[in-house]
Design a protein around this ligand. Structure first.
Ligand code: GDP
Ligand code: CA
Length: 320
């Protein structure tokens, strides 16, 4: 079976680990990673969601902290701070900087982000084919509102420095209108047997992927079943500040509102089926009323076993 996953960082990588564990030997997994989180900092290109997925699949991620490399140090970061370079609120680990330097060097040599990721995928046996959503730079800009009015800032500043505490008015990805899906992405969607939307942030992880011109059309056209997993359980985002993002686009932080936001494929949306938590069973009729098959399942990804169980439920929903 050809499995295709659309994924953000932390939720995306935990789910992808589960899919890899649940998949059979003959299954082939392609992961399309969000690159809307990317940024330039201190002269290097950061791809936080891509790196979260690579590190998690390679087993070298810091599971305790939830980001970066296990056992990383911050010597270079201290030196950058002493120079007043970069952002004082944004820590770059030494091992992580090795990744960013390698990537930036290859980009400077003329490689595309797809080629860079292909090269990065050879170091460890990841067990999946990893693609960026696009080769274009479409970093997310948030317009925030405070007493001085509205002003734009890079998503990473808003998320990391301000912990999403400044009221967001809108999210934009400059350059998105001219962006194209990375080579192989549209084909992988067309040839998939099942497409899975990871339980990632609907606004700043899955949102940018679906916004790449051509990706939505590929989802509409594919013969594969498209199955999404709710990132909200019992009305709460599990981790992070996705609820603030959802509020900015006028979507309630609950499993059926997010499903309705993605929409039923039968009426031009993205979903055939939607997995919602046992805590949210009462919302199933609302999801079904929106034309999306509701599947109730345990949505907590506590470890690889629970992630694999969730992945099996999603794959099962795709087979029906
Ligand atoms: P980011 O790019 O690192 O912010 O990560 P993602 O966008 O991939 O995922 C973030 C989302 O994952 C959060 O908004 C959570 O709601 C969701 N999430 C995290 N852990 C779990 C879990 O165990 N189960 C489910 N269903 N969602 C989760
Ligand atoms: Ca992200």
């Amino acid at each position: 079976m050809r499995i295709l996953i659309l994924a953000g960082g932390v939720g995306g990588s935990k789910f992808t680990l589960g899919v890899r564990a649940a998949a059979g030997h003959d299954d082939h997994i392609t992961v399309v990673a969000n690159t809307g989180d990317d940024l330039w900092l201190s002269g290097v290109r950061l791809q936080p969601d891509v790196d979260s997925i690579v590190y998690a699949l390679a087993g070298v991620n810091d599971t305790h902290r939830g980001w970066g490399r296990a056992g990383d140090t911050e010597r270079v970061n201290e030196e950058l701070q002493a120079w007043g370079a970069g952002w004082p609120w944004f820590t770059l680990g030494d091992l992580d900087l090795g990744t960013h330097l390698a990537r930036t060097g290859w980009l400077r040599d003329g490689a595309t982000p797809t080629q860079v990721l292909d090269r990065m995928s050879r170091r460890w046996p990841l067990g999946v084919h990893l693609l960026p959503m696009t080769d274009s730079e479409v970093d997310t800009i948030v317009t925030v509102r405070d007493q001085d009015g509205e002003r734009p800032m890079h998503f990473q500043e808003w998320w990391t420095r301000w912990r999403a505490a400044l009221e967001p008015v809108r999210f934009e990805n400059p350059g998105m209108a001219e962006a194209r899906p990375a080579p192989g992405v549209a084909e992988a969607i067309a040839n998939a047997d099942v497409v899975l939307l990871a339980p990632s942030n609907p606004v700043v992880s899955i949102g940018p992927i679906l916004a790449v011109p051509g990706i939505r059309d590929a989802l509409t056209a594919t013969r594969a079943a498209v199955v999404g997993v709710s990132p909200v359980i019992g009305g709460r985002v599990v981790r992070g500040m996705a609820d603030v993002c959802l509020a900015a686009i006028g979507v309630e932080s609950n499993a059926s509102a997010i499903a309705a936001h993605y929409g039923a494929r039968a009426s031009g949306g993205a979903l055939d089926a939607w997995l919602l938590g046992e805590e949210d069973e009462a919302l199933a009729p609302e999801v079904e009323a929106a034309g999306i098959r509701a599947v109730v399942a345990p949505l907590w990804m506590r470890d690889e076993a629970t992630s694999a169980a969730l992945a099996s439920a999603a794959l099962g929903a795709g087979r029906r």
